[in-house]
Design a protein around this ligand. Structure first.
Ligand SMILES: NC(=O)c1ccc[n+]([C@@H]2O[C@H](COP(=O)([O-])OP(=O)(O)OC[C@H]3O[C@@H](n4cnc5c(N)ncnc54)[C@H](O)[C@@H]3O)[C@@H](O)[C@H]2O)c1
Ligand SMILES: O=C(O)C[C@H](O)C(=O)O
Ligand SMILES: [Mn+2]
Length: 542
């Protein structure tokens, strides 16, 4: 690749636009290809921000930012650094959901993503090479888009979630954007609307499943590891039947993690610790009801389970703290269609005189008196006033996390939860929520979204050249998020605010890297893990 003239202006990783100095313009054959004034990155950022502000609605703002990214990656991140709380919901959840729904209609140059087709396994390696274009890839986010947020199957459109997750990695933790690669696995789609859309850009056939699909995944992992042997492989928004199977297959042999299972489990446990700091209670004294025992729900349960065991409980004691509710109601040993993950946490019918009636959330909450209620069900409005009030009657500070995304799928709003519990609920929501003022107290609402933890974790793994991600490292990273909120302030949030994302991501990255090195899981020699994180950090300057 030549890096002179228009090639450099069109390469988003190298382009500085009007910020190329006169000397650089001469050096790169750009003399006369730009207006004469040389701008600073600050001037460019101010100008771009004004253009951004002039756009509405939010989806237009997102398209503007994606085009800016496609033109000039450094400027995009420089601007995002200055406006992280404002840009997060646009680059990422919830506006990313709209851009996925309208992907074909608003199609823009796809941010250097790699598109793999299940129909052409022979192209995997070449595709990854083409998309990397000689860059040294350290982090891959891959999606097959079978379970995009709570919106189901979005075929090739789902690539935007891989792109968005990676943008958050750089904005939050500072991974060099030239070292990352978003990947779409187009396995077909069962989304009828997409199949019938003449504009649909993905494979126009039903989703391929079973052996052929798993063989494709195997080939992908082999090629990814061969081409980028030092990379971390992050799985996002796979369907319930594949997510855990894939993670279990690779987690003990390569550096990999599933964000919906592990990232979500981590942030929820961190949020629960935050809530318990406020209520001055202990984890071992809690009773958990998880509503929606799928990929995220079971990731959360397993993470809490593992922490309860660390606190000294036996397997059986730890299991006794959980009540899973899914479509069938409370999950019992004899419930039909249990997933492998659910089977370890079912209840016995003998525990209840009325087990037949426990087929809905209301009945379960009335019977169990949970202290913690987690929603990962994709079912909007299901934490009703009656359910929430029933919970609040039986526990002083109910911990209630409606986590389903995007906005339209949340089990409840923070505002209603505060109102219905007379300010007692300790809340985290999946998408950002405004402060709630109630009876003179302003309640800050923590964002229980894996974006608060995966960037620090992933960057720490990359910076420390980790070979594997262990439970020990996961646990260390969760605890890194503790102690960052002043719990004595009335209305304190259970998690630190997104405006501090870069600071706490740095802390999580350092603790992750320290844990990797302590376990001897680094590929390269590292004397000072904190320094290794510092050295790997990219900043959005020319
Ligand atoms: N806040 C976060 O960080 C975060 C992270 C991951 C997932 N999520 C959200 O959690 C939700 C679930 O995601 P997932 O990946 O686990 O999906 P999933 O499909 O694996 O799981 C959803 C589960 O909900 C169950 N369910 C569906 N309808 C139900 C009903 N009426 N009553 C009870 N249960 C029902 C399904 O059977 C399934 O087990 C999504 O909305 C997603 O956006 C949030
Ligand atoms: O993408 C998000 O906002 C969080 C999570 O990974 C999800 O699938 O909902
Ligand atoms: Mn996800």
């Amino acid at each position: 690749m030549t890096t002179t003239g228009y090639n450099i202006l069109r390469n988003p990783f190298l382009n500085k636009g009007t910020a190329f100095s006169t000397a650089e313009r001469e050096q790169f054959g750009l003399t006369g290809t730009l207006p004469s004034q040389v701008q600073t990155i600050e001037e460019q950022a101010d100008q771009a921000y004004k253009q951004f502000q002039a756009k509405s609605p939010l989806l237009e703002k997102r398209i503007f930012l994606m085009n800016l990214f496609n033109e000039n990656v450094t400027l995009f991140y420089h601007l995002m650094d200055q406006h992280v709380s404002e840009f997060m919901p646009i680059v990422y959840d919830p506006v990313v959901a709209e851009s996925i729904e309208q992907y074909n209609e608003i199609y823009t140059n796809p941010q250097n993503a790699a598109f793999l087709s299940v129909d052409h396994p022979e192209n995997i390696e070449n595709t990854l090479k083409n998309a990397a274009d000689g860059r040294d890839i350290k982090l891959v986010v891959v999606t097959d888009a079978e379970g995009i947020l709570g919106m189901g199957d979005w075929g090739v459109n789902g690539v935007d979630i891989a792109v968005g997750k990676l943008m958050v990695y750089t904005a939050a933790a500072g991974i060099d954007p030239a070292t990352v690669l978003p990947v779409s696995i187009d396995a077909g789609t069962n989304n009828k609307t997409l199949l019938e859309n003449p504009l649909y850009l993905g494979n126009k056939h039903e989703r391929i499943a079973g052996q052929k699909y798993l063989e494709f995944i195997d080939k992908f992992v082999a090629a990814e590891q061969k081409l980028f042997p030092e990379s971390l492989l992050h799985w996002e928004d796979f369907g319930r039947s594949n997510a855990q199977v894939i993670l279990d297959k690779y987690k003990d042999s390569i550096a990999t993690f599933n964000d919906d299972i592990q990232g979500t489990g981590m942030i929820v446990l961190a949020g629960i610790f935050g809530a318990l700091n406020i209520s001055k209670e202990k984890l071992v004294d809690q009773k958990f009801v998880t509503f929606g025992a799928g990929t995220a729900g079971m990731g959360i349960v397993n993470q809490i389970f593992s922490e309860l065991k660390q606190a000294g409980l036996s397997d059986a004691e730890a299991r006794s703290h959980f009540y899973l509710v899914d479509k069938q109601g409370l999950l019992f040993d004899d419930t039909e269609d249990l997933t492998e993950a659910q089977k370890s946490f079912t209840r016995s019918r003998e525990e209840f005189v009325n087990s037949e009636q426990l087929d809905n959330l209301q009945a379960v909450v009335d019977e169990i008196h949970p202290t913690v209620l987690i929603g990962t069900s994709t079912q909007p409005g299901t934490f009703t006033e009656t359910i929430v009030k029933s919970m609040a009657q039986n526990t002083k500070r109910p911990i209630i996390f409606p986590l389903s995304n995007p906005t339209k799928l949340a089990e409840a709003t923070a505002e209603n939860l505060i109102k219905w519990t007379d300010g007692k609920a300790l809340i985290a929501t999946g998408i950002p929520a405004d402060n709630v003022t109630y009876k003179g107290v302003t309640y800050k609402i923590g964002q229980g979204n894996n974006a608060l933890i995966y960037p620090g974790l992933g960057f720490g793994l990359v910076a420390s050249t980790a070979k594997l991600l262990t439970q020990e490292t996961i646990s260390a990273a969760i605890h890194a998020l503790g102690g960052l909120v002043d719990v004595n302030e009335p209305g304190a949030a259970v998690l630190p605010p997104v405006s501090n994302l870069t600071e706490f991501s740095q802390k999580i990255a350092e603790i992750t890297a320290q844990s990797v090195v302590k376990q001897g899981l680094n590929r390269e020699k590292i004397d000072d893990p904190k320094q290794a994180v510092q050295d790997a950090k990219w900043s959005a300057e020319y």
